[in-house]
Design a protein around this ligand. Structure first.
Ligand SMILES: Cc1cc2nc3c(=O)[nH]c(=O)nc-3n(C[C@H](O)[C@H](O)[C@H](O)COP(=O)(O)O)c2cc1C
Length: 416
């Protein structure tokens, strides 16, 4: 096997550092003197040629094309919040690099003149297995916000998951989607808050609640802290930071709820008991989002959870250094078909999605890419991002010889 010599490898790493929006303005970028204006390998991160921005959604040839336009349009503090990982951002990079560890193993002479990407997710049919991951505060990226994303999801019949921290309410977003969506729950320290949100989501027609369990600790979002210094606007003009209650009252899903006693939007005391209580509270299907160890996946199945999302929060929970595509095989093996397994974090290409589906994932959620589309062009940007992902997935399914999702087999992907 040809080896990349150390010089080339180091040069590539420096080029990555120089081009990364994650390090813009940081002291590390000073080390990257020999960097070109364009990254050689968008596998690692988006091309950063700010001279050649796309003018409209149709100009995009891949999802990365939206990211620098989003960076240009969106206030630096908001963009940085979205882009940021944790600490050294090892997990953030690992999520992308993880896909390099797996290779596709195509089969030939299969009739793939027609490809059907239809996918059943918890008993509902969608035209494809690409899901919009829950992302909070989408109006901070574009006024179209979550409703714009919903309309884009509708155009391609994608499943959408609405965040607890959404800037628009579940009723409006469901109306925009024109079909039931899922709700993501940050349970908070107060049961009554979680209960009220879950009841509201159920009343709005949500089919499932995804309980996020991977945000227990504080987080050192260094890229956010560095980049937001360049934002000259007064944050307090929009964000009421006088108390947690005041800050949360501006969030659509907290409205009308008694927030006295709210000390944390996360639920660091949560155990499996909470899930039992939730089961007695709602008829919606229950998922756990943020599973990374096969032991927890087995416990989820044992506890009657309907599905899990393998996720490291897009490299925003702990800087473990482990990609979700690395964690997925052991989890699928341990679950052994007892419940659907969804996955997210770092998915940017049809081939990335294809690899997870071949392994046995039911669906793949994408986060930042559709936010790049939203920040760049609003709803039409999200539509194009989703279209590009569908087109790429369609093409790679033909290439590996899979006329339907069910034809994507574990033998079609191997560890490099
Ligand atoms: C700006 C931003 C906000 C997010 N907000 C939430 C949230 O409110 N709830 C949640 O469960 N996950 C949230 N996530 C995590 C995503 O649901 C998803 O796990 C992650 O973005 C997937 O990785 P990707 O961005 O690399 O595709 C957020 C991610 C980002 C980037």
């Amino acid at each position: 096997m040809p080896r990349v010599d150390e010089g080339t490898s180091r040069r590539r790493f420096l080029q990555f550092l120089a081009g990364s929006p994650l390090l813009a303005g940081s002291s590390l970028s000073a080390f990257a003197g020999e960097a070109p204006s364009r990254l050689p390998d968008p596998m690692i991160w988006a091309p950063q040629n700010l001279e050649e921005l796309i003018k409209g959604p149709k100009d995009a040839i891949n999802v990365f094309d939206f990211e620098p336009v989003c960076q240009k349009n969106v206030p630096p503090a908001h963009f940085a919040y979205m882009a940021s990982g944790i600490d050294d951002e090892v997990t953030l990079r690992a999520n992308r690099e993880g896909f390099l560890k797996f290779q596709l193993r195509p089969r030939r002479l299969v009739d793939v003149s027609k490809v059907d990407m239809t996918t059943d997710i918890l008993g509902v049919k969608y035209d494809n297995p690409i899901v919009l991951a829950p992302i909070g505060g989408q109006r901070s990226f574009h006024p179209d916000g979550e409703v714009g994303a919903a309309k884009a999801a509708k155009a391609g019949n994608h499943l959408q998951i609405l965040s607890t921290a959404a800037s628009m309410g579940v009723e409006d977003v469901t109306a925009g989607r024109g079909a039931p969506i899922w709700y993501q729950l940050y349970a908070t320290n107060k049961w009554e808050v979680a209960e009220a949100m879950v009841k509201r989501a159920e009343k709005a027609g949500c089919l499932a609640v995804a309980v996020t369990v991977d945000r227990n600790g504080g987080r050192n979002q260094e890229t956010l802290f560095r980049m937001r210094k360049s934002d000259t606007r007064d944050c307090n003009a929009c964000h009421d930071r006088s108390s947690l209650q005041a800050s949360m009252r501006t969030r659509a899903m907290y409205q009308g709820i008694d927030l006295s006693g709210l000390r944390n939007t996360q639920a660091s005391a949560m155990t499996w008991e909470f899930l039992k209580r939730l089961r007695d509270t709602t008829r919606m299907k229950i998922l756990i989002k943020g599973i990374l160890a096969w032991e927890d996946a087995v416990l989820a199945a044992d506890n009657g959870i309907d599905a899990i999302i393998v996720s490291n929060h897009g490299g925003r929970s702990e800087d473990s250094g482990r990609a979700t595509i690395d964690a997925l095989p052991e989890i699928l093996e341990a679950v052994n078909g007892r419940m659907p397994v969804l996955v997210d974090s770092g998915f940017r290409r049809g081939t990335d999605i294809c690899k997870a589906l071949c392994m046995g994932a039911t669906a793949v959620c994408v986060g930042r890419p559709y936010i790049w589309g939203l920040g760049a062009f609003g709803q039409p940007g999200v539509e194009r991002v989703l279209e590009l992902l569908r087109v790429e997935l369609h093409a790679i399914m033909q290439q590996v010889g899979a006329p339907t999702i069910k034809h994507l087999m574990p033998t079609m992907v191997r560890r490099a």
